[in-house]
Design a protein around this ligand. Structure first.
Ligand code: ADP
Ligand code: MG
Length: 847
């Protein structure tokens, strides 16, 4: 028999063992057509036969099982390969069942299977692993099989421990635990890190430099020798009908144990050339009479840990997926599957691990990402409706009272502010707890709106709390609230100054005592503070409204703790980082949103410019002239990721240089992240009191402090910051009515970076910048902190608005039909939802 005939026979034989399901070659036997034609020509097979055989192979997938057997026979006849006629007919084939997760099997297996540096081919040489093919047998066949087997643990669900997997003993299970894998389900959802696409099957004559390819070839020789530099070189020469190629491994002579002359291999790797002849260094290979896992397909590459090899894990994954993926029940209803082009769950899980094609992989990814977004949205919608269903105390005020409060402000509210306070007034009167996100760009005037809302609650005798992320900001709010609530204009004051209190880390023990008593007995109506507000044993008599400022700085748990202090208090969350729509629908999807997209009148837009490092002197002279006119300036140095040390050093050294060499006649302050909170606070206070003219700082000044006298924001190494963050820095100036400036100095003249920063000079619109930023950096960086509970989105990209809207649509539809997911068709969905939102970190905490 010729080389290519023998190869065909081997593949056909494997195909017969798989019951003619077109699985012997990944992607189907049709894939062989091209490479076979090439080989046939170089082997001198009669030209008249070539198109006929190629056409039989090409149409093989369209045939039924009976016809496939016939088709292979036909090829056998045409090429005169006798052995093919002995291939069993489909009905006589016993589809190779069955490896089952039964104990006896595992033990005997692991006993022989001492862990090896490289996965053994012993098991596969004469292929007991053919049983893996169960992945392709029908589900019902499998379940029958299970119930027939008395040893199989029929009830072992997807929670079963890893040791039920063939080839996984206690030791291997321990290694897998290190990858976070504890149950079968964890395995199914442990996705490849990347894929090597070896699905291009070629003949040796077709190989081109640098291509990632697969070939099917026969081993001609194998040997190991010592190189001059004392390296062990293992070399195998393999050939197909079109030529031969060398395979080379360095220091890996164990291949000698697996490879034999005459063996047919499927080989994958990257083609190289040495002295004009093709060669593949460190290829992967496996016998062709075995299901191909590591070659000749799109091969998954998994994250690894010590003592686990890629081949072993891939094989183990395959075993797991083969048996268990078909036990996954789809929680998406047929209705949703019907209305979308999503594959079913079993298919998606199989294809994400062992894709049959790039399209199948893409569609599996889409399905799994959809699942995450869909469940996320369902939880968020459910949470929102649960909140809306709760009872909250009603707070109403007369129009007269309301107008008086507004009229006594020293300025006119913007239309956006009026809309926002009307939203809040409605929420407070609704009888359900408010759960609102107030979004407004830096300087849009959110504080006064929060104050008005709290005034409504307080005027009817209840208490309110306002929580800020830093002491200095809390103090700034405290001053604003004193103005707003205790203003001396006759009869309009709502509170006495002693009824408004500030609680921060700095508060003295005796003040704490007093505050504590005042809160319990109800005298203190408005408490403003930092984390101390929730950390201290603060007990309120009747807390009815909670405002959280700059909310992305607060953790989920902290907000939840604050809520617990009252009985379903009204909650207002304020953020100056504009939240793009995709995040509004997801991470903040349980909140109602008020948007303040208008700046108070009379503000001059901040003038933003990019200066190159060489032009730094110009920036300094701008600062000079501004400080000479009595204004102040910020100079920001970047946060260097490698550690705060480096960051602080930059700021520290620069402060000295600036003070001594550039601005000797001015006072230059310094603030950085390694200072204690109270140190930072006192520096900020000193700056606010104009004890410094210039403040050198790291990114710690980002959060909403109001220093109207500052008119210059100079940002060094601006390219290191995200646009949203730069916008926050810029918001530190321009709070007064005079012209302010923001100067960005990138580290280099890099054109790309420069282009990114250009956006800053073109717009002052925080929303536009936030959208850009989210696109450029992704949601994790965008939010500054990882939002708890969302770290486990493995597939979904939170900036993929199309996916998010699709998920949203179906979540809403599902929720409207069956809010509690009580119907039979939603039983599995309900479980999946509870799984996605475990009680402990449920959406209750999400605000
Ligand atoms: P932010 O939304 O960034 O928290 P603030 O609430 O701190 O903004 O407001 C910024 C400044 O604008 C404050 O000094 C505040 O008194 C002032 N302000 C708020 N609303 C108006 C308005 N309608 N007209 C003029 N100034 C306003
Ligand atoms: Mg603010």
């Amino acid at each position: 028999m010729s080389l290519s005939s023998d190869k065909l026979y081997k593949i056909f034989k494997l195909e017969s063992e798989f019951g003619y399901e077109n699985k012997a070659v990944v992607g189907g036997l049709q894939k062989l057509a091209d490479s076979w034609v090439n080989e046939a020509r170089s082997e001198g097979i009669a030209e008249s036969l070539v198109p006929a055989i190629s056409s039989i192979l090409t149409h093989y997938p369209n045939l039924n099982i009976e016809e496939r057997w016939g088709a292979l026979q036909e090829i056998g006849d045409l090429l005169d390969i006798r052995a093919i006629s002995s291939l069993p007919k489909p009905d006589q084939t016993k589809p190779v069942e069955q490896y089952l997760p039964n104990k006896g099997n595992i033990q005997s297996k692991t006993a022989q299977n001492k862990p090896r540096p490289n996965e053994s081919f012993e098991t596969s040489r004469k292929s007991p692993e053919i049983a893996e093919q169960v992945i392709h047998t029908k589900v019902n066949k499998r379940t029958q099989e299970i119930s027939r087997n008395p040893i199989a643990d029929v009830n072992a669900g997807l929670n079963a421990p890893l040791t039920v997997i063939r080839g996984v003993g206690i030791k291997q299970a321990e290694h897998l635990h290190k990858l976070g894998l504890h149950s079968i389900e964890d395995m199914l959802y442990f996705f490849p890190r990347r894929y090597d696409d070896y699905s291009q099957l070629r003949t040796i004559s077709q190989l081109q430099y640098g291509q990632e390819v697969s070939i099917v070839a026969c081993v001609q020789s194998i040997n190991t020798f010592q190189s001059k530099r004392n390296r062990k070189i293992t070399e195998a020469v393999v050939s197909d009908a079109t030529g031969s190629i060398r395979l080379i491994w360095f220091n890996a002579d164990f291949h000698m144990r697996y490879l034999r002359k005459g063996m047919y291999l499927s080989i994958s790797g990257k083609t190289d050339f040495y002295l004009g002849r093709p060669i593949i260094y460190h290829p992967d290979y496996e016998p062709i009479d075995q299901q191909q896992l590591h070659t000749n397909r799109i091969v998954p590459v998994y994250p690894l840990t010590a003592l686990i090899t890629q081949r072993w894990l891939r094989r183990t994954m395959y075993n797991t997926i083969s048996f268990w993926s078909s036990r996954l029940e789809d929680f998406l209803t047929n209705e949703i599957l019907g209305k979308t082009d999503l594959p079913d769950l079993q298919t998606a899980i199989r294809q994400i691990h062992f894709p049959e094609s790039q399209e199948a992989l893409k569609s599996a990814r889409h399905r799994l990402a959809f699942d995450e977004i869909f469940l996320l949205q369902l939880g968020v919608i459910r949470q929102k409706s649960q909140w809306h269903a709760l009872e909250g105390t009603r707070y109403t005020v007369s129009d007269n009272w309301f107008d008086t409060q507004i009229n006594k402000l020293p300025y006119e509210l913007t239309n956006a502010q009026i809309h926002a306070i009307n939203d809040i007034r409605k929420d407070l009167a609704s009888g359900h707890p408010m759960n609102r996100l107030l979004q407004g760009d830096v300087g849009s005037g959110k504080t006064v709106i929060a104050g008005l809302g709290m005034a409504i609650v307080i005027q009817s005798g209840a208490q309110a709390a306002l929580m800020a992320p830093t002491g200095i900001l809390a103090e700034q709010h405290y001053q604003s609230m004193l103005n707003q609530f205790c203003n001396a204009v006759e009869d309009t004051a709502i509170l006495e100054p002693s009824q408004v209190r500030l609680l921060t880390g700095d508060t003295s023990t005796s003040d704490r005592q007093e505050i504590s008593e005042g809160l319990i007995n109800g005298w203190i109506k408005l408490l403003i503070g930092t984390h101390a507000l929730i950390e201290d044993p603060v007990i309120f008599q009747n807390l009815q409204m909670v405002v959280v400022d700059e909310q992305h700085r607060f953790g989920v748990k902290q907000r939840a703790a604050l809520r617990m202090k009252g009985n379903n208090p009204h909650l207002l969350v304020m953020t100056a980082t504009p939240i793009p729509r995709s995040l509004q629908l997801t991470i903040f999807g349980d909140l109602d949103v008020s948007l303040m997209d208008e700046m108070p009148a009379g503000r001059r837009p901040i003038e933003t410019q990019i200066f190159f490092p060489m032009e730094r002197e110009r920036a300094y002279s701008l600062i000079h002239s501004q400080v000479d006119s009595g204004f102040q300036a910020f100079i920001i140095y970047p946060l260097v990721e490698q550690g705060e040390n480096e960051e602080t050093k930059a700021a520290v050294e620069e402060q000295q240089r600036l003070q001594q060499e550039i601005f000797p006649e001015f006072k230059v302050g310094l603030m950085h992240g390694r200072m204690r909170a109270d140190e930072k606070d006192s520096i900020m206070k000193a700056f606010k009191n104009q004890e410094y003219d210039i403040l050198v700082s790291t990114s710690v000044v980002e959060v909403g402090i109001d220093i109207p006298n500052a008119t210059v924001m100079l940002i060094e190494a601006a390219n290191r910051f995200g646009l949203a963050q730069l916008h926050q820095f810029r918001g530190r100036v321009g709070r007064g009515t005079v012209q302010s400036f923001c100067i960005l100095i990138p580290e280099t003249e890099d054109a790309m970076e420069n282009e990114r920063l250009q956006v800053m000079t073109k717009t002052n619109d925080g929303f536009e910048l936030a959208e850009q930023d989210l696109l450029q950096r992704g949601p994790g960086d965008f939010l500054g902190t990882r939002q708890a509970g969302f770290a486990d989105l493995k597939m979904a990209n939170l900036s993929n608005i199309r996916l998010i809207e699709q998920g949203r649509h179906f979540a809403q539809e599902t929720f409207e039909k069956d809010p509690d997911l009580e119907s039979e068709q939603h039983k599995l969905l309900r479980q999946a939802l509870d799984h996605f939102w475990p009680a402990t970190e449920g959406v209750g905490d999400m605000s």
